[in-house]
Design a protein around this ligand. Structure first.
Ligand code: 3PG
Length: 311
């Protein structure tokens, strides 16, 4: 009697795995493409505050068009929703712009090696600011994460302090974003896709005045002319690609957050960084020393041990 139930359970479990597998593969692929075009743009046009703003603007526009044409159903939000979203958007804006500033100064692989240390920030913030305690194995896993990141940083051939600090600030900001957004999404009827869309819109409002103050139209106009004369019209396609892919990879990652636990999410995020690190080293011919690669490998291994310890 129980056979048909078991069979259908196995089937739905398998279907769920396939669905999550598709989410992950799509998320990583979109992220790799974003990172490559983002770096190509930054090499020719070193204005990370503007490129970060354009990524948010592009995502906001895509979602508003989708809502207006009913491709996607617009969310039903109230003042309370936007109020709760505000701290998430502040953290998202800081994390995004800091990572982009970092990538404008150092190799993409270096930014992502430092960003693989995010679990260490998560544990330290939870411990010291939220008073959460963890089993000793979790704290032990921070040793290879911090040690590996430190080894990779000191042996990095093109080390740059702004690049390093940008990635560190991004780690800290994203830990807060994840803590606030978990609170904000709980019990809300807004889907992962629409939640991320609202986050983009609010972040765009927050970032725009700062981008104008830090860089501003004069710098952008001069840089634009230089980039166009060096690269040609392709530069506009690169800019469009980095903006569209930024929105898409984040949208897919927020959609998958609906389906999986935060732990599975963080394992997925670490594996995403491995694909970005490897592909960007190949594409940009990034020079690396064996000791530098060892540091990166230890850091990434540490994040896996962390996931195991948290389980
Ligand atoms: C950004 O620009 O926001 C960063 O590249 C994002 O980094 P992450 O989504 O890989 O943490």
């Amino acid at each position: 009697r129980s056979e048909p139930i078991e069979a259908s359970e196995v089937k739905s479990e398998a279907a769920k795995r396939v669905k999550i597998g598709i989410y992950f593969a799509t998320w990583w692929a979109l992220n790799v493409v974003f990172n490559i075009y983002n770096k190509k743009v930054l090499n020719a046009f070193p204005y990370p505050w503007l490129t970060s703003t354009l990524s948010l603007a592009c995502g906001s526009l895509m979602m508003m068009i989708s809502w207006a044409t009913r491709i996607a159903e617009a969310p039903n939000t109230d003042f309370e929703f936007w109020k709760t979203l505000f701290p998430v958007a502040v953290a998202h804006t800081i994390g995004h712009v800091a990572a982009t500033v970092s990538m404008s100064k150092v190799a993409v692989s270096f930014t992502h090696i430092i960003k693989s240390g995010e679990p260490a920030f998560s544990v330290l913030v939870s411990r010291f600011l939220l008073g959460e305690t963890f089993p000793p194995s979790v704290y032990m896993s921070l040793v290879p994460i911090i040690g590996g990141c430190a080894l990779a940083a000191v042996t990095e051939l093109n080390f740059n302090m702004i690049g390093f600090m940008g990635a560190m600030i991004s780690n800290l900001a994203f830990v807060f974003r994840n803590i606030f957004s978990k609170r904000g999404m709980k019990g809300k009827s807004v889907s992962g896709m629409n939640y991320y869309a609202c986050l983009s819109i609010l972040s765009l409002f927050i970032l725009t005045p700062f981008a104008i103050a830090v860089e501003g139209p004069q710098m952008w106009a001069a840089g634009w002319q230089t980039a166009l004369s060096q690269i040609g019209p392709n530069f506009i396609w690169w800019l469009a690609a980095q903006s569209v892919f930024y929105h898409l990879y984040n949208q897919v990652s927020y959609m998958s957050l609906n389906e999986i636990s935060p732990l599975t999410f963080s394992i997925g995020n670490t594996m995403k960084r491995i694909s970005v690190i490897v592909s960007s080293i190949i594409i940009f011919h990034t020079p690396i020393q064996p000791i530098n690669a060892l540091g990166a490998a230890i850091a990434v291994l540490g994040t896996f041990l962390y996931s195991q310890a948290k389980q």
